[in-house]
Design a protein around this ligand. Structure first.
Ligand SMILES: Cc1ncc(COP(=O)(O)O)c(C=O)c1O
Length: 484
């Protein structure tokens, strides 16, 4: 039987879908809604929370509820990838250092690296937490040996319990960001020369980790809505001696999909049946556009999962605080962390523990999720306006990057080089593949400070792309209907 609040939520959805409330409109306050509908304030709040969970509206701090920008139903999306499923060493990652250096170069329009502009981050709260941490004079002078500061591990364990994945604080090892967590996970379960199954396209930091550890990448076809193809993975596991599988099931980088719960269960079962550990990268898990936090594979009973995450995309990438909950590989991971760099710096650990303890994290997440959703919508709009016919764009459900398929004859390496001469940084597709596929794709980070320079940069990119393609009539973008 439908509850009162869910009936009320459904009615409001109908009004939003009829266009009576449009994206950006403020919804009636809860008191007004309660008086208008003759329901209690608690029921009105519950209806709004349901709409928030379902991604229809968002709460803005001290200002009420607003209709969220909906995804662009008419923009065509790239199809599932179809890499050749055969183990291969990683090549072609040299350009990446140049790309990430651009993020710190003044005057460069930074659309390349997936690093949020500081305007998205709670810089003041971090500053205060850091100065409080710095006052613990004797404590911060010492190594905080693995597994890391107990107060931070306690806060992380609390947060993981809140997202449905209870772990003991002693099962958490603090790392220098998610990148170190991923490397520790790979080192714990593989030897040089082993084969690791990965999503394709995938985050280039993972490819560099495989490269530096002498591991071979087995690129698995991946769908921009549902993630790793479980059928292709199943066949690959029959054929190749895979020692680990890495996935970013929640808002992957660069595709932005959220793997459905049923797929997560099937993925875990498939790997478990063959005794293969899953390295789960959940660095974007807190950044979904619908307010309901997606599930994690690590929470599935019996799963052999090394769970890796960090605060780089939510609080600060510069503090370099991440963690790993490696399950049965704990002892090995702790030892490898110690060998790697003895400890993670103490001050940032204490500062993040302080921030989490003060309870502001959840409130901040609500705000930043809305900010990233708006940034993505705005970027998709602008790319749609400036890029030529045939351009396809992903519709991420979280995070802040978009993956763009350009006309077939575009060489995105060349485009990135040309763009850099005009002080624009973009990420070319081949760096997301072990074997330099995705030549006509680019990834764009949407979490930039938006001003007219961004529009100008996108217009310039659009011009460069047009110059590289055969002349085509200036008509509208390919639409999903066209693609059907
Ligand atoms: C999917 C993914 N995993 C891991 C990382 C690295 O995170 P960190 O900065 O915490 O090391 C990134 C950074 O871009 C990422 O996109």
């Amino acid at each position: 039987m439908a509850t009162l609040y869910s009936s009320l939520a459904r009615e409001i959805v109908e009004r939003i879908e009829q266009g009576l409330y449009r994206p950006g409109d403020r919804m009636p306050g809860v008191r007004i809604l309660s008086a208008q509908r003759g329901v209690s304030i608690a029921t009105a709040v519950a209806a709004y929370r349901r709409l928030e969970d379902d991604g229809y509206i968002e709460a803005r701090q001290r200002s009420g509820f607003y209709v969220r920008a909906r995804p662009h139903p008419r923009v065509a999306e790239p199809e599932a990838s179809a890499p050749r499923v055969r183990p291969s060493p990683v090549t072609g990652q040299e350009l990446v250092l140049q790309l990430v250096k651009a993020t710190n170069t003044p005057g460069i329009i930074q659309l390349g690296a997936a690093v949020p502009d500081p305007s998205y981050l709670p810089t003041r709260a971090i500053e205060r937490a850091l100065s409080r941490a710095a006052r613990q004079r004797l404590r911060i002078m010492a190594y905080e040996f693995p597994p890391g500061a107990p107060e931070l591990r306690r806060q992380i364990a609390r947060r993981m319990a809140e997202i449905g994945c209870p772990v003991d604080p002693d099962e958490v090892v603090i790392t220098n960001g998610c990148q170190e967590a991923l490397i520790l996970a790979l080192r714990a379960v593989t030897q040089p020369g082993d084969v690791v199954a990965i999503e394709s396209p995938t985050f280039y930091g993972m490819l560099q980790a495989l490269d530096s550890l002498g591991l071979e990448a087995l690129e698995i076809p991946t769908h921009p809505r549902t993630g790793l193809s479980l059928e292709a993975l199943g066949l690959a596991l029959e054929r190749w001696p895979v020692k680990a599988c890495v996935a970013v099931p929640n808002y992957s980088n660069p595709l932005g999909y959220c793997m459905p719960d049923e797929h997560k269960r099937r993925l875990v079962a498939l790997l478990k049946a063959r005794g293969i550990p899953l390295i789960e990268d959940d660095v974007y898990g807190d950044l979904g556009f619908a307010q309901r936090r997606p599930s994690v594979c690590r929470a599935i009973p019996g799963a052999d999962v090394l769970y890796c995450a960090s605060f780089s995309k939510t609080l600060s990438s510069g503090l370099r605080i991440g963690w790993i909950a490696p399950g049965r590989h704990l002892e090995r991971v702790e030892y490898l962390k110690y060998v790697n760099n003895l400890a993670t710096a103490t001050v940032p650990q204490l500062a993040i523990a302080d921030l989490l303890e003060s309870g502001g994290y959840e409130r901040f997440l609500r705000q930043v999720r809305g900010d990233y959703a708006r940034a993505v919508t705005r970027m998709v709009d602008a790319v749609t306006r400036h890029f030529p016919e045939g351009t396809k764009i992903t519709q991420p459900e979280g995070g802040f990057v978009i993956w763009i398929e350009l006309p077939k004859d575009i060489d995105s390496f060349e485009l990135a080089r040309r763009a850099l001469t005009e002080k624009i940084s973009i990420a070319p597709g081949p760096i997301f593949s072990a074997t330099q596929k995705y030549r006509n794709y680019i990834r764009i980070s949407c979490a930039c400070a938006w001003d007219t320079r961004i529009e100008t940069a996108l217009a310039a990119l659009g011009r460069m792309i047009r110059q590289e393609t055969a002349p085509v009539p200036e008509s509208r973008m390919t639409t999903r209907r066209d693609a059907d």
